[in-house]
Ligand binder design. Structure first.
Ligand code: SF4
Ligand code: SF4
Length: 134
């Protein structure tokens, strides 16, 4: 019994002076690795428009059917996503959409605090995705 107690205390003291690996969340947040996959986001081109052309490849490749996109045409005949919705309740953060996009218009971001009690908020719009949520 005393031997077991001493062993336990020795382990406690050994651990006491090790560097802390936990964080005081939410005040402290972990910096994610560059290639870590969080919420996808849409890229803005240099002219401020969407880099996405609304082709729908990401919608077709998404294994979770989380993306819905409709293509529109601007007055100058260029294509853009008239609507682009991402259902984060379905997304499995696989990154297939980002890998398959011919325009490099959708990328995997680092946002991970996505919980909500309101299921309507799980479907997010193009405008939100273009802001690159963190
Ligand atoms: S994000 Fe890429 S793949 Fe998806 S609709 Fe836009 S251009 Fe096509
Ligand atoms: S990360 Fe995967 S599951 Fe999420 S939208 Fe892209 S393809 Fe679909």
């Amino acid at each position: 019994m005393i031997k077991a107690l001493a062993k336990g205390l020795a382990l406690t003291f050994k651990t006491l002076f090790r560097p802390r690996i936990t964080l005081r969340y939410p005040e402290e947040r972990k910096v994610m690795y560059e290639r870590w996959r969080g919420l996808p986001y849409l890229v803005q081109a240099e002219d401020g428009r969407e880099a996405c052309v609304g082709c729908g490849i990401c919608e077709r490749i998404c294994p979770a059917q989380a993306i819905k996109v409709t293509m529109g045409k601007r007055e100058d005949n260029t294509r853009y996503p008239e609507t682009f919705h991402l259902d984060i309740g379905r997304c499995i953060f696989c990154g297939f959409c980002a890998e398959s996009c011919p325009q490099d218009a959708i990328r995997m971001g680092h946002a991970y605090e996505l919980a909500t009690n309101d299921k309507d908020k799980l479907v997010i719009s193009k405008e939100y995705l273009l802001k690159r949520p963190e």
